[in-house]
Design a protein around this ligand. Sequence first.
Ligand code: GLC
Length: 405
Amino acid sequence: MPNANAELLKNVKQVFKDNQRSFEHFNYTVPSPDSYPYQWFWDSCFHAIILSHFDIKRAKAELRSLIKWQWSSGMMPHMIYWPNIKNTSFPKIQWGKRHTSSLIQPPLLAYATWRIFLKDNDRDFVREMLPHIHRLHGFLLRQRDPRRHCLIGLVHPDESGEDNSPRFDKALGLPPEQQLDENFRRRLKLIRNFRQGRFVVKRRMDKAHWVRDVPVNAILVEDLRCEARLAEAMDDLEGAAWALRHATCSRKAMRTYMLEDGIMWSTLGLDYKLIKVKTWAIFAPLMAELYTQEEAGHLVDNYLLNEKEFATRYPVPTVSVSEKSFDPTGFWRGPTWMATNWFIYQGLMRYGFSREADKIRTSSLELIKKSGFREQFHPMSGVGMGAHNFTWSGLVLDMMEDGEK
Ligand code: GLC
């Protein structure tokens, strides 16, 4: 590990030490000891990627603790309430399951497994993970895409990982300017409805397909490609072909249903109504190389580097400053988050925008140095907000390591 990163590494290790939890022989990491005392699905995938740089054994344990809770349908819940966690003030929602939620989060399991495999070539670990990855993807493609259009739908905003993002305002029946509480109430009401319907989300998918989200589908394309690579590494050529076929179909569908004037938009309802709210999501397809080089260049010049859109002092704000819904302290309605920066960074690198990627990497590191491992950051002042000692902010280490290569 290069010297420049030694201090960062020390601090990341400390966060992981503080946030490590165990139950029986399982080990996992909570997102933040005070604010998020349980285990979350995509957080743990990020954690595994970060851990792969300094504790490969624990990186694997992080993923093993997730697959333990996979449902027989293949579904992997977005929250796990480990039985030994008690006395927290975190609201425990009734999901119709004892120890888990009934919603999903963006599928990054194959991606995290692939990153671990790249580090130590442990075929036994891949052999252990692959069936779970395959069942998760199978579940998503079957249950969340009832008409087989190769686009998966979400039934709740929290499934995107961006709980109150303005991408879901219309679906929730809310105006762009709104109170955080009201948004939360609507999301709770949705969960209540599911509970009354015994969490048969397929019913809702059949009727409405609700929101097909750009980042979630882009992440699925990339995750399917990782499944294909992992299967190939196991000499399972049929499995690899299956995953690639679905990745190609999803890529095509995203371009068919979501692309307008060179930008991909999430869609609402059965008739794919475009949700034209400029959030960081317009950059998400870069990480799965879903745009052409020309489209990518247009996005970078006109949006990423445009001060009237996303080029704030501490980029990348989760919502464009030009949007009515932009709120620099509004959770997913404006603040800069490390995970979204990390996705955009990777996407830029894939298209050869290394100068622009480097800028994001450097300002991300600056944020951590200035404000610590906070959950989000004010995109203008860089002040830290939300949870403290927030584990996935360690993704900056992954960007730094990548940049040193
Ligand atoms: C918040 C975020 C979600 C994350 C969770 C735990 O709910 O919106 O993406 O998984 O916190 O960090």
